[in-house]
Write a protein that binds this ligand. Structure first.
Ligand code: ATP
Ligand code: MG
Length: 305
């Protein structure tokens, strides 16, 4: 339940994030989304956007507290992007106000031998958030239809029998992912997916900064450069993934990612908007509990304990 005085704020947030939300993938085209878009904020209004972000983070804090106290729903936030799109920074900033006890972040890298000994979903299933918590996937099961699709040789490491690798394998995987998300939603795990949409030009700039600035050198990896050669294949794979899995109950947000300050604002807005629609409320204390509280108050006041 949204406190009355916040209702207006939530309507504004809802309208603000609506252009980036995809709930029906059928006619989705990545080229319809501009990575450098900054919505109603010009670069000069950056400070205004930053103040708004601070406000949004405050709202998130209250909502997370209710999610935790109510202990009915969980939230799964999936972050996908090309390298240097700002996943890490966005997660850090947007979740900065949140109680760490109610939040779990998992980064999925190349699978380990143990993970490869299982079906591909195994490692992601193990990290699903408990009720009352927010789970963040920094990369996710979508890698199985992105990096694995772009570099088909990775499939060989998954040791799937040849007869199961058909020409429809990507379509089938996407169908399974959509079904999996529908299963989660039906079990009160609210799924929200973010594609941080950075342009190839901005990525180049950020890689250059990693090379030029000593405090950023640690972030540079030569494999990032080689992946740039596959840019178009990745964009195609992203488009198909979003087409097949954007639904009302598990939407994608295509977040402009060429300006970090704006990326963070849209992501915070999208999470706040989702939570405002989740019927979150503090548990109501029943009569028995009320009596217990009264008795405890009396005991403490009288100095009997
Ligand atoms: P950053 O570069 O910002 O530190 P990152 O998420 O790119 O973060 P890296 O360690 O650079 O982390 O890369 C992880 C790599 O693992 C990515 O290239 C990703 O595509 C790859 N990866 C993730 N999941 C799988 C998977 N299931 N199979 C194969 N590769 C995967
Ligand atoms: Mg990387």
């Amino acid at each position: 339940m949204v406190p009355k005085n916040n209702k207006e704020k939530f309507t504004k947030i809802h309208d603000f994030v609506a252009p980036y939300k995809v709930t029906n993938g059928k006619s989705f085209k990545l080229s319809d989304f501009d990575p450098s878009n900054t919505g109603p904020f010009s670069n000069e209004k950056k400070q205004e956007a930053k103040d708004l972000l601070a406000e949004g983070i405050e709202l998130l804090k209250i909502q997370q507290d209710m999610l935790y106290a109510q202990d009915r729903y969980a939230m799964l936030l999936v972050f996908q992007a090309m390298d240097a799109a700002g996943k890490d920074g966005t997660i850090k900033h947007v979740m900065s106000g949140i109680n760490p006890q109610g939040c779990q972040v998992y980064s999925f890298k190349q699978p380990s031998p143990e993970e490869l000994d299982h079906d591909y979903m195994w490692r992601y299933l193990r990290c699903l958030p408990e009720r009352g918590r927010i789970g963040i996937y920094n990369r996710s099961y979508y890698e199985e239809v992105l990096v694995v699709r772009v570099h088909k040789e990775i499939l060989a490491h998954q040791r799937i029998p040849d007869e199961l690798i058909t020409k429809d394998i990507w379509r089938d995987r996407l169908e399974d992912i959509a079904n999996f998300e529908s299963y989660l939603t039906r079990n009160a795990v609210v799924v929200v997916k973010f594609f941080l949409n950075v342009s190839k030009t901005e990525q180049k700039k950020r890689f250059m900064a990693r090379l030029d600035r000593s405090e950023k050198n640690w972030k540079f990896s030569s494999s990032d450069l080689s992946e740039r050669r596959f840019w178009d294949d990745y964009m195609k794979a992203y488009q198909e993934a979003i087409r097949a899995t954007a639904t009302k109950s598990a939407p994608w947000y295509i977040v402009p990612a060429d300006n970090k300050w704006y990326t963070r604002l849209v992501v915070a807005g999208a999470i706040a908007d989702t939570m405002s629609r989740m019927n979150l409320a503090y548990p109501v204390v029943d009569k028995v509990k009320m009596k217990e509280i009264e008795e405890a108050r009396q005991l403490l006041a009288e100095g009997n304990v």
